[in-house]
Structures are given as C-alpha cells and as structure tokens.
Design a protein around this ligand. Sequence first.
Ligand SMILES: Cc1cc2nc3c(=O)[nH]c(=O)nc-3n(C[C@H](O)[C@H](O)[C@H](O)COP(=O)(O)OP(=O)(O)OC[C@H]3O[C@@H](n4cnc5c(N)ncnc54)[C@H](O)[C@@H]3O)c2cc1C
Length: 524
Amino acid sequence: MNNKHCHNIIIVGGGTAGWMTANLMAKQWQHQLANHEISITLIESPEIGVIGVGEGSTPQLKTFFDQLGIAENEWMPACNATYKNGILFNDWTHRPGFTRYFHPFTSIIDAHTAPAFIYNSQFKRQGYNVDSHPDRFFLAATLAKQQKAPIGNDNFPFDVSYGYHFDAVLLGKYLANIAQQQGVQHIAAKVIDVTLDNQGEITELHLDNQQQLAGDLFVDCTGFASILLQKALKVPFISFKENLFNDRAVTLATEYQPGDKINSQTIATAMKYGWAWDIPLTNRTGNGYVYSSEYCTPEQAEQELRAKLGLVDSTIPANHLTMKVGKVEQHWHKNCVAIGLSQGFIEPLEATALHFVQESIEGFINAYDAIYFTNNPIADNITDNIKAQHRQQFNNDLDARFEGIRDYIVAHYRFSDRSDTDYWRRNNANPNISNNLKKIVQCWLQGKDFNKALMQPDVVSFYPPVSWHAILAGYGIFPDKNHTLAENPQATKYDLAHIDQFIARSASNFSDHKLFLEQRANSK
Ligand SMILES: Cc1cc2nc3c(=O)[nH]c(=O)nc-3n(C[C@H](O)[C@H](O)[C@H](O)COP(=O)(O)OP(=O)(O)OC[C@H]3O[C@@H](n4cnc5c(N)ncnc54)[C@H](O)[C@@H]3O)c2cc1C
C-alpha cells in the first residue's frame, strides 16, 4: 500500500462505533476526501441491525461533538438526549452510612471542595472520625440530587463537566446523516466472505448483493460478531470472565408520568445477580439489568427487573441480550483495526464503551496519519518496521486502558459487602483481581497519601485519583480501628458547613433539568 493511488478505507458496521469512526475519519481527512486521495465507505447489514443499547456517556462525548462542530441544540433534541452529572450507586454495600454514593464528573469548581474530601478521607483512613462520604464535597452530586442541568446561568463563572444520556438508535442515525454529508459512502449489504492475500492482509469483501469491494484499510465495527478481526484474521479474544461475571442483560423502557421531572444522573442499583440501570431520556426512561447467567435465568432476571419497576403485570416488552466481556489480543492487526464491541467490551457500569471507541479512533487516526498522510514526505519509504512500531504502540496503549477500566469496574464488585446471594459471595471472595488493583487498595488502607501512591510508576490508574477516592470512600472502606484515637485538631481542619454553603450557593445558579432541556429545544 502506498499513498499514490486513492486510499480506500472500508468500515464494516453501522452501529455507533461505525458511524463515530466514519465521522472522525471524514473530519480528519477532509482534504484528502475532497481531493479523492482517499475514499471512505461504510457497509452495514440492515438485516443484522445494531445492538441498540449504550445510552450513557462520559464527558468525552462532548469533545467528539465539539470536534465535528455540532452544537448541543442540534444533536441533543434529535436524539432525545439529556445531561448527566455522574452516576448514583445505590445498594452496592450495606455498610451503615454508605448504602449509596455518587461518582461525579469533576470540574474546575471542585478545586474549592475536593481537597477537603481527599484530606478528610486520609484522616478517616487513619481511623479519625471525620466525614468523608464523597457526596457532600461535589457540586455535581448536588446538581444531580436537585435534578438540575449542569450548565450554569450567565453569572456563574465556571464550566461544569458533564456527560449525556441519549437514544442509541437515534444517535446512530444522526451520525449516519452527518457522515454521508461529509462524503462517506454507504452500502446497505451483508459481508458474507472475506479474501486475504498470502501475507494475511484483507484484500476484498464479498457482499450478499453480489458486490465485491477491494480496500487498503478495513475497520471492523461489526459488534460482538467481529467478522473481520476475530473471524477472518483469527485474532484471539481474551475473556475477562474470571474477574467480571456478568454476561447478559435485559432491557425495557418506561414512559414518564405527567409531572415527572427528568433526572440528570444515571442510577446504578445493585440487584441479586448484578445491577440495574435507570437512564433518563427526554421521552422515556431506559432500564436494564446486567446479570450473570451462571446465577440466574433470563426469565428470573426479567422478573426481578419488572418487580423493581413495579411492572410485574405489564405487557411492556423486554429485550434480552448476550454480552462478551473481554478484549482482543490485538486491536490493530495487518490492515484491519477493530473499533467498538468488536475490539472488546467491559460491562457498562461506568458507561465507558463510547469513550473507549472515541479514544481508539483518535489514537488510530494519529498513528495512521503519521504513517500515510500528514505531510509525510517519506511516506513511500516508511519501513514495515516503523509501521509495526506504530501498530504496537497503539495496541499497547489500548490494552493498558482496557485493563485500567477493568480494574475500576472489578473494584465495585470485589469491595461490596453484599452477601445475599452466591453471586455476591463469589464476588466478595474473588481471588482473581489484578496485582495493580491489589496495590491500589493496599495503598488506600495504609492511610498514606493516596494521590501520590496512584502516581507511582508501577501503578496503572486509568481513572483519576478522585474517582478512586469516590468509590473507596463511597463504599465506606476504612480500616477497622479497635482503639480510640485521641482528638486531633488537624483532622477537623476543614469547616464542612462552609463547604455546604459554597455548594448550595453554586447550585442556585443552575436550573431545573427538564425546564432547561425544553428551553434549549425551543431556542433552536
Ligand atoms: C447491555 C449493554 C449496555 C451498554 N451501555 C452502554 C452505555 O451506557 N454507554 C456506552 O458508552 N456503551 C454502552 N454499551 C456499549 C455500546 O452499546 C456499544 O459500544 C455501542 O453501541 C457500539 O456498538 P457497535 O457499533 O460496536 O456494535 P453494534 O451496534 O452491534 O453494530 C454492529 C454493526 O455491524 C453490522 N454488521 C454485523 N455483521 C455484519 C456483516 N456480516 N455485514 C455487514 N454488517 C454487519 C450490524 O448490522 C451493525 O450495523 C452497552 C452495551 C451493552 C451490551
């Protein structure tokens, strides 16, 4: 492959991953597209369809739309989208005072209050009796509790960080339109066969409409099926089932009742064999239960979810899904890169999948650009060795991220004290946790400077220290002290009433979430 002929990029799969890839590539390579130096084609099978779940994001999604130059008042109403201040974890532990906590998206304004949280947690870890539950210390927790949108009025001088909730199917359609306007070609057909050359590179796809499509680069966005990377190129899949037991989900949507407000948080409630989500959109709430098929049947899970929602006798249909949790051995192999569920999936507890999709595409574009496009006078001479180095670096970076996210998700199960079912008892006792996670928790329990410990070169912490603080303090994981500590004025250095006032004053600059969304939609 060289950069003299038109460079054909073929994306297979039209789920969120496929269309996000198409859009970011079309944006990055808009000049090459306009000059016919590259072409981008997306093939999707209407017969197979998309997974249709994945309705919560991290703040990263904002940067995706910013890069594409698409305003919130354009895309949000089109996708029934709402704002998300963070995630409320409900019932994950039964430790007194710690049955729920909020994992906030943090912002610059937290610089006024988060240091007190970090400080108090450290003293609490040493055994002093100070308040270190996270919720009190973050504006996002208060905005979520008051069902407010995370965008302050004109008098409020700080931007607050937030994610979104959206209808996954509508988002896919919206992104499909934008990508096609940018010059991405679309083929509705099923790939039924793949031809490899004698180097093991993909040369051609055979479609069920008799078309054959040759390409230079193939992007596998075919979801769990992964027909290119895993099936055609036989890249092995590494399962995380020893650490993460959930492998199924059941979903159903519920309508709002008149007068209902709209939450500005995801609620993740622990259940007998997993956990259930509650994701508010403008027109409905998405509900789902992620569980382990080793411990309950789909019928039991559906019943438990219906009981939680008060819908035991309702005819609202439920949708059952199977999940493959783990990652591929290599995300980019030969002339194929997998993006989305085809490269792996860590269950949706922290809604990280699209964040990961975005980072994978951006990392890939940078590497590919450096090899083939960006003002690269030596592109024709770039050696296979250098290409292999770029590929290796990309694969290593993604592996580290996958493992980092996995550790954070595993912590939710491993450090819960629920013991009501075999599912939770096995989670509590699970010896299969990474050395990295062991180190993180040991540092926490030692009561030393945890921020510093997370910066050590031998500790991988994909999540920022404040998130680790939030989960461990939010779960009430503190060393048992069987002696009474003397009063220590240092431990009570922060005036918490002052923090409460600061947060209350700040929150008064934000409006009701539902009202805000309605005004936004009308101001279009
Ligand atoms: C229960 C659950 C909850 C989730 N919640 C979240 C969340 O809150 N936040 C989040 O970020 N992510 C979440 N995810 C992940 C999220 O759904 C996915 O990352 C996202 O939808 C992207 O999926 P995808 O595009 O990789 O795959 P899919 O949506 O499955 O798309 C696959 C595409 O490939 C096409 N295809 C397959 N085979 C062929 C073929 N032979 N020929 C042609 N086309 C083919 C299909 O037609 C389809 O267009 C969740 C996932 C699950 C399972």
